[in-house]
Design a protein around this ligand. Structure first.
Ligand SMILES: [Zn+2]
Length: 293
């Protein structure tokens, strides 16, 4: 083991060659970091990994015809060679059957896990691993799919570090809105995971916006940006408002106008945005006047 075990976690990129992507080990590390952040333990059983890890590799890895269980077995066994992963049974590399027979469990070694229990170290490690492997546009999607909260990993400003983000919140928001944009209905998926869909705070987290379902909307990346920039907003009776300051010339850009006055229609049981959060957004973020017909 190297002097600093975290160095090994951040060094997985050494396995890349000639531009051939090999995100398998980084994705397992991120999945285990997500576990650790949520449950206090990085342990993942093979029966879980063959579903969750295989989905990550399928959705965020390169195109491949390899069977999904095999895609998971490769990092689940091989990450041991990097000295940052242990299995509770002595099984051969890459083979699915021995993993399945005993439902082998994997985890970070105790020393690594203890270091990562410091949330700042965990966040820095997640950033290092994901940034080494993926472009910025994919980072929020990858982190969310691995069970990490991108906003938490990328940092709350110093003034709010006393508050802890709820790692499960983004996934809960996406599910509550049926994995569709609450404004336009966009519901794109790549494999099992949403693509271009994000959990948006109405009242910003930086300004005491809670990680509650009544402060969240599932929004496509475009509408999330426009909400945060104040082009789009909400009324207290849950209608979308479009700023009169927004202008566009093309048909695509002008489609934003068609959102004006559209009513949010979540599924049964999903709380609508709380009026207090809506009022905060109206006064602090929404730009100009409301476009009305
Ligand atoms: Zn949208």
């Amino acid at each position: 083991m190297t002097a600093d075990p975290l160095e090994s976690l951040l060094d997985l990129r050494q396995h890349q060659r000639d531009g051939v992507r090999s995100p398998h080990k980084p994705l397992l590390v991120l999945l285990a970091l997500g576990r650790l952040a949520r449950t206090g333990s990085s342990e993942i059983s093979w029966s879980e990994a063959r579903v969750d890890l295989a989905a990550l590799v399928t959705d965020f890895g390169p195109p491949s015809k390899t069977a999904s269980a095999q895609k998971a077995a490769y990092p689940f066994t091989r990450l041991r060679s990097d000295m940052v992963w242990v299995l509770d049974a002595d099984v051969p590399m890459d083979r699915v059957t021995p993993l399945a027979e005993q439902d082998v469990k994997g985890r970070f070694p105790e020393l690594v896990e203890r270091t990562l229990r410091d949330p700042a170290v965990l966040r820095a490690t997640a950033r290092g691993v994901v940034e080494a492997e993926f472009p910025p546009t994919l980072i929020p999607d990858v982190l969310t799919a691995a069970g990490l909260d991108p906003d938490e990993v990328y940092g709350t400003p110093a003034v709010v570090t006393t508050r802890r983000r709820n790692s499960a919140w983004p996934a809960q928001v996406l599910n509550a809105w049926d994995r569709q944009c609450a404004f336009c209905g966009f519901d794109g998926q790549l494999g099992a995971s949403s693509v271009g869909l994000e959990a948006a705070h109405i009242r910003w987290f930086n300004y005491e916006g809670p990680d509650d379902l009544n402060n969240g909307l599932a929004l496509c990346s475009l509408h999330h940006k426009l909400l945060d920039r104040g082009v789009l907003g909400l009324t207290e009776d849950h209608r979308i408002q479009v700023s009169t300051d927004y202008t566009a010339r093309t048909v695509t850009g002008r489609q934003i106008y068609e959102l004006a006055d559209r009513e949010l229609r979540p599924r049964v049981g999903t709380p609508l945005p709380d009026p207090s959060h809506v009022r905060w957004h109206q006064s602090q973020v929404f730009k100009g006047l409301r476009l009305t017909g």
